[in-house]
Write a protein that binds this ligand. Sequence first.
Ligand code: AMP
Ligand code: ZN
Length: 495
Amino acid sequence: MNNKEIYINNTLTGKKEKFKPITENFVGIYVCGPTVYSEVHLGNCRTFVFFDTLVRYFHFLGYKVRYVRNITDVGHLVNDADEGEDKIAKKAKLEQLEPMEIVQKYTLNFHEVMHSFNTLPPDIEPTATGHINEQISMVEKILKNGFAYEVNGSVYFDVKKFLESGNDYGELSGRNIEDLLAGSRDLDGQQDKKSPQDFALWKNADDSHIMKWDSPWGVGFPGWHLECSAMSSKYLGNKFDIHGGGMDLKFPHHECEIAQAKGANHEHPVNYWVHSNMLTLNGKRMSKSTGNTILPFELFTGSSSHLTKSFSPSVVRFFMLQAHYSGVLDFSNEALIASEKGFRKLMNAFDLIKHHDFVEQHIDEQQNSKVESLCSSCFTFMSDDFNTPKVIASLFELVSIVNHFNSTSWSISNSTFELLQKTFCGFIEEVLGLENEITGNSSLTNQLIELVLELRKDAKANKNYQISDKIRDELVKIGVEIKDGKDTTSYTIKN
Ligand code: AMP
Ligand code: ZN
């Protein structure tokens, strides 16, 4: 295997497959973006950080990438079963804002968070409300092909018809239609549908509905799954390379996207489906709807009850990438503390390598080939289904060697040093997207606070309470609240 040939675990086939782009050296990627009705939580961030890393790797290998990530600014319905209240409209009433103010507020929040995690902005970030015409055209195509029906101003996808024409519904999620039908009791207030499995392409809107548009079927709004089908085909074509999103979107969202695309264009829209796994908190999925979440700013300020201190965005990004994207990752204060230690060690070596003024001296052949082989393994692991934990393990092996060189002598050749510099620094900065915040403001602040707290601890140990109290009071005055635990002191930076 050439270590730059990428292998991807395609969730459609369940197999690791060699990546063959539709157009040589070009990769088209669509990732489902957030629904902007509340602040993004750390679980959402895990998914977007992973896909950012995937995109970065394609860039690193020299691919031309078109990365499309949408903004869902038309509310899905509250129970996601084509009935109920629009989530954005509901939030607008609650916050006494226009729905578009809600959309603006949380889109800005999303961008800010994405920026703090050093993710690259997508090349196109289409919004659902900006693509109503495209969505209507797609519904018209599906109707014309006989895979949808109109009832009382709404249009539903006809799953039975779709199956009878030899199509599969459940090919991605592995769900079996008989089980799905047996599992659904009745139409649950969805009387317009012929079958509970049918899903809305377009919904008729009553007078109370705020976000609505004219259509050939009357005033209404698009169904949950339609925007991604309409926008991905518009910007990447009816067939494109990679479609990504969190595991929870496999069904019904992505299954419906496949059905819609086949219903409109008679072909499967995507070559490789990639799903990232969930971030959990106390073993339970982080989720907006249950409130089991941590918000990014709570991490950066240390204000969450789950934390004893604050963590910089790069440390959190590093923590996420230490796990493979396909596995569940459980969030904990202890795991972050361990990640922070590792991160600092890695970044110290990064600084050393980046700024080292290398002069070739003697060459130890064994060390030389060890460095070369570890550099090569970074590519091998990343190309093997984006195995970031194994890449990081190789980087740490390089850290040990480099630290040894630094205290003895750099016994490698000029060309090996160049390879090391390009690979080590390239993987850290360009692929993993880690920033050395040790020299940046936020981490410097944290380190200074930690230093002051150390001095306070010494003062207390020497029973110099006047000094220790003064440090505490002065810190509070500048917005740093401290909490004394049994053995340690934690702090929170107030905004
Ligand atoms: P949403 O705004 O709920 O549509 O979610 C945006 C993205 O975040 C989707 O790709 C979800 O799959 C993903 N997501 C939601 N919860 C989590 C979680 N706990 N861990 C990882 N990804 C998540
Ligand atoms: Zn989507």
